[in-house]
Design a protein around this ligand. Structure first.
Ligand code: TYM
Length: 327
């Protein structure tokens, strides 16, 4: 069975973009693949985090995975920082990665531009991500398109290590779906929907109050043409709402254009709000039940033990190949 693996940062703001880009893909694939999903808490500290809030966000993200339909019987679920090998493997990979390639990463360039006093962790972040992926010999990495470049770097790093030290890692691949959508900000649809957005009205969070979600969608930026047509360049707002609608209903853009022919944006937005709210309602109902239940810790303990054993084996293999042992 081929293996898929993904992780999300526990920022406390899990968005509809995160859901469509990663969590839901994992849910769809969990029957066909050996599935690993984890909490990328060490990635989260590349930018400052509140140390009292972070543990709550970690727990909340695991509860959300389960509430979104990630089945603990079919997935290995774990927390990155509970496994010391991720950082150790990352270090060995860092020493085989180049400043040039890391400084060229789009996300690094964006984030470091916003804050002149960025951490070194922000630069080396994709190497830790490569470690997360290749320690477990993942075949495919289901992530949103914004993370594709990092998966390609993980590929390069795996290939380079294999060449230098002999076959050690499986070379991972970005997981492509036919309906790959990047969910954009509702207020500024030229930017991706992101937890760090300045205007909260542009972002739908999985745990948002449903009345607020409806309001945000009804007030989403559109254009003056009043035609529901997919044209991301000239009609980014409407095209984004179509993308959300398509992602949740599995309808094609042509079908959606046909469905709303001659209808105004109000009617279209109401339909989008209906499908989003109905999806979120199911997730939220399960979330609160799971968050307060005992299952969660048992699942995480099991995930930790399993991944510790797997990662240790890879780590020891790497040490030997690199020459890190008493001579
Ligand atoms: P993170 O936490 O920024 O995002 C989690 C997932 O959500 C996807 N995503 C989106 N997809 C579609 N539209 C959007 N607007 C949108 N916003 C976010 C992201 O592509 C991602 O799949 N570095 C990763 C976490 C990570 C990881 C890994 C992932 C660490 N190690 C190993 C895979 C494998 C990150 O920060 O994701």
């Amino acid at each position: 069975m081929k293996r898929i693996l993904t992780g999300l940062q526990p920022t406390g703001v899990i968005t509809l973009g995160n859901y469509v880009g990663a969590i839901r893909k994992m849910k769809q694939l969990q029957d066909e693949y050996d599935s690993f999903i984890f909490v990328a808490d060490m990635h989260a500290i590349t930018i400052p985090q509140d140390r009292e809030q972070l543990p709550k966000n970690i727990r909340s993200l695991v509860a959300l995975y389960l509430a979104c339909g990630i089945d603990p019987k079919k997935n290995t679920i774990y927390i990155q920082s509970e496994n010391i090998y991720h950082a150790n493997v990352s270090w060995m990979l860092e020493c085989n990665s180049y400043y040039g390639e890391l400084s060229r990463m789009t996300q690094f360039k964006d984030k470091s531009r916003k804050n002149a006093n960025f951490t070194v962790g922000l630069l080396t972040y994709p190497v830790l991500m490569a470690a997360d992926i290749i320690i477990y010999d993942a075949d495919y990495v289901p992530v949103g398109v914004d993370q594709k470049q990092h998966v390609e770097l993980a590929r390069d790093i795996a290939i380079r290590f294999n060449k230098k030290y002999g076959d050690t890692f499986k070379v991972p691949d970005f997981y492509y779906t036919d309906t790959e959508v990047k969910i954009m900000d509702l207020q500024d649809p030229t930017k991706k929907m992101s937890k760090s957005a300045e205007n909260p009205k542009g972002v739908i969070k999985l745990l948002d109050d449903l009345d607020d979600v409806r309001k945000k969608i009804m007030k989403a930026a559109t254009d003056s043409e009043a035609v529901v047509r997919f044209d991301p360049e000239n009609k980014p707002g409407v095209s984004n709402l179509m993308g959300i609608y398509a992602a949740l209903t599995y309808k094609s853009m042509e079908d959606i254009e046909e469905e709303f022919k001659g209808q105004n944006y109000g009617t279209f937005k109401k339909a989008v709000a209906d499908v989003v709210c109905s999806e979120l309602e199911k997730i939220q109902a399960r979330y609160y039940e799971i968050l307060n239940g005992k299952e969660l810790d048992r699942i995480l303990d099991e995930g930790r033990e399993k991944t510790l054993a797997m990662a240790k084996e890879k780590y020891e293999m790497m040490k030997k190949k690199i020459g890190l042992y008493r001579g």
